[in-house]
Design a protein around this ligand. Structure first.
Ligand code: 6PG
Length: 267
């Protein structure tokens, strides 16, 4: 698995480069496989990116062959302001001609939380069921964010869900003081069964954790869930200057670093 770091001046440029890459990848994947499976991330960072997919890049994406999934969800109703689905619906889904049956939302209306996780796992099994015990879940692309504490999706440091090997989807709980609440998350075997993983990370609050992961990935792989992400083919870190915030390129452990400009991602 190859890792590539791309640094952009700001979140807008990083989001533009990501949207351009996703539009191209969706088009090529639909040409070769007839459909494009993408798992969306949550939080606030992807908002600009979603808006670009729905505007500048809308006409270059074969929406009728795109399937949307989620890497995690807050255990709130789909119209709740904290809902990851609600953000994607407001900025993207309500503006492009996706086929409703191809939007695979995590059904957080189901009670209890465990039932919602099991229902979402059943949905994934329809698309990715494999005879093998280890899930070869293959989203073409999984988009991920990273919290200041190094969590990704809804997998938080020291959470037992990090050791889950059987289930594809689990109920978890955010240990983050910023948004303590029940969540539903893909597990690492599923996240790492994806072909391509893409972190979009912005802002100086993430620098401390990002520095550890980019400079000493092996040392922090047992600490930060974001450092445990290892997709089958490629892992991109798309970060802005604020998040890089003085991390020296020469200290970063990965082979390819680009002072990206929005028209040339990836390398
Ligand atoms: C969520 C996410 C989570 C998010 C990070 C970063 O539901 O919150 O999926 O993993 O990506 O917490 O969030 P921000 O983009 O808001 O910084």
């Amino acid at each position: 698995m190859k890792t590539e770091i791309s640094v952009f001046h700001n979140l807008n440029e990083a989001s533009y480069a990501l949207a351009s890459f996703i539009a191209e990848t969706a088009r090529k994947t639909v040409e070769s496989k007839g459909r494009f499976f993408m798992a969306l991330s949550g939080g606030k960072t992807p908002e600009v990116f979603y808006g670009l997919l729905a505007s500048e890049f809308a006409d270059s994406i074969p929406w009728q062959s795109v399937h949307l999934f989620w890497g995690d969800e807050r255990y709130v109703l789909k119209d709740h302001p904290d809902s990851n689905y609600a953000l994607a619906f407001r900025t993207l889904i309500s503006k492009v001609p996706l086929i409703v049956q191809n939007i695979h939302r995590i059904p957080t209306e189901l009670k209890p939380q465990r039932k919602a996780a099991e229902a979402y796992q059943a949905t994934l099994h329809k698309f990715f069921s494999t005879p093998k015990k280890d899930p070869l879940v293959s989203f073409d692309v999984i988009l991920l964010g990273m919290g200041e504490d190094g969590h990704t999706a809804a997998l938080f440091p020291e959470n037992p869900a990090l050791r889950e090997k059987e289930r594809w989807v689990v109920p978890t709980f955010s240990s983050s003081p910023f948004s303590p609440q029940p969540r539903i998350s893909l597990t690492l075997p599923v996240i790492n069964g994806s072909r391509t993983g893409i972190f979009l990370v912005s802002g100086s609050k993430k620098t401390r954790t990002l520095r550890s992961i980019l400079i000493n990935p092996k040392e922090v792989r047992h600490i930060y869930p974001a450092a445990m992400v290892c997709p089958r083919e490629k892992l991109f870190w798309i970060i802005d200057q604020d998040a890089l915030n003085g991390i020296s390129y020469s200290d970063i452990s990965y082979e390819v670093i680009k002072e990206g400009n929005k028209d040339q991602f990836p390398a």
